[in-house]
Design a protein around this ligand. Structure first.
Ligand code: NCD
Length: 316
């Protein structure tokens, strides 16, 4: 297995399937009264969160604890980062604690890469979302959820048609999904206003469209993205939130355009009433809560595969 998980592109086809297969085995544990495995006993996992998070942070924490690792959760708010401490000095502090894995979320694209290549920490680095760049474990849990619903839980996603809709420009989820889902054989279409598609999207392994109504009948799954106001998405990219919802939001009428078997996904947090109506978010064919539950099993699989069998900073 690889040592760090920085990008969805770090995983080739067999490695991606190995993570998904391992996660499927681990998910079975969630139904047992005692959910813990001794696999990572004595190992230290640090959650290093410079940016806000609900799902990703708690699910990495639950995943590490279910594998019996010692977990230290660090959030920048309330730490010396707010006194101006640098990423380097924070990393050296973690290194002094003997971290075997550092799970990092940072507002700057490339921060996890810097940690992994700088020599500041010896352990595995896992990218839990860096700026507008990547969020590989989100893509893995999305692939896992798609596989359970559309591919009978095994094999790859050959020919599955996945439509990703909305603020692609600011979305690390969209980029990681485009890479991973295409590795797994899915056909990905991005639907967004032209202003919310990134420069260079032609080089991504996806099709693009501005026409949501035309794309939905050809989709096995639709993944809605949040309009990322904190990254400036509301300022000048579209005329008004109302106009955005009318063109690129999903409501009951649009949901009816999907084939019967299709599922609706969202990585959370949702802006109910902007990219998705409450009716669709809470619909039986929406798998948004299941995505969160699957995230724990997928992150257990990633921690297990990256850390098990390795001692300290050796290559694995
Ligand atoms: C996403 C993120 O943080 O990139 N959320 C998540 O990890 N579940 C998407 C978002 O913030 O909109």
């Amino acid at each position: 297995m690889i040592r760090h998980l920085l990008s969805a592109a770090d995983l080739d086809h067999p490695q991606a399937l190995r993570v998904l297969d391992t996660a499927a085995e681990l998910l079975a544990l969630a139904d047992r009264p005692i959910k813990k495995l001794p696999t990572l006993r004595g190992r230290t996992v640090v959650n290093l969160f410079f940016e806000d998070s609900t799902r990703t942070r708690i699910s990495f924490e639950a995943a590490a604890k279910r594998l019996s690792a010692d977990v230290i959760t660090f959030s920048a708010k309330g730490s010396s980062v707010s006194k101006g401490e640098s990423l380097k000095d924070t990393a050296l502090t973690l290194q002094a604690l003997g971290a075997d894995a550092v799970i990092v979320r940072h507002q700057s694209s490339g921060a996890p890469h810097r940690l992994a290549t700088s020599g500041w920490v010896d352990g595995s680095v896992i990218n839990a979302g860096d700026g507008t760049h990547e969020h590989p474990t989100q893509a893995l849990l999305d692939a896992f959820t798609l596989r359970r619903h559309l591919a009978g839980g095994t094999g790859d996603l050959d020919g599955c048609r996945v439509t990703i809709v909305g603020d692609v420009l600011h979305s690390r989820v969209a980029r990681s999904n485009a890479l991973l889902l295409s590795t797994l054989g899915a056909e990905v279409t991005l639907v967004a206003p032209p202003t919310l598609l990134p420069v260079g999207v032609q080089t991504w392994p996806v099709a693009t469209s501005y026409d949501l109504d035309g794309s939905l009948p050809k989709s096995d799954a639709v993944m809605m993205l949040r309009v990322q106001r904190e990254r400036g998405a509301a300022g000048g990219f579209f005329p008004s939130p109302r106009e955005y919802s009318r063109r690129y939001g999903i409501d009951a009428r649009r949901m009816a355009l999907l084939p019967e078997h299709a599922i609706v996904m969202h990585p959370g947090p949702m802006n109910r009433g902007v990219e998705i109506t409450a009716e669709v978010a809470d619909h039986p064919r929406s798998v948004i809560v299941e995505q969160v539950a699957n995230g724990v099993a997928v992150r257990m699989a990633v921690l297990y595969l990256l850390l098990s069998g390795s001692e300290g900073g050796q290559d694995r």
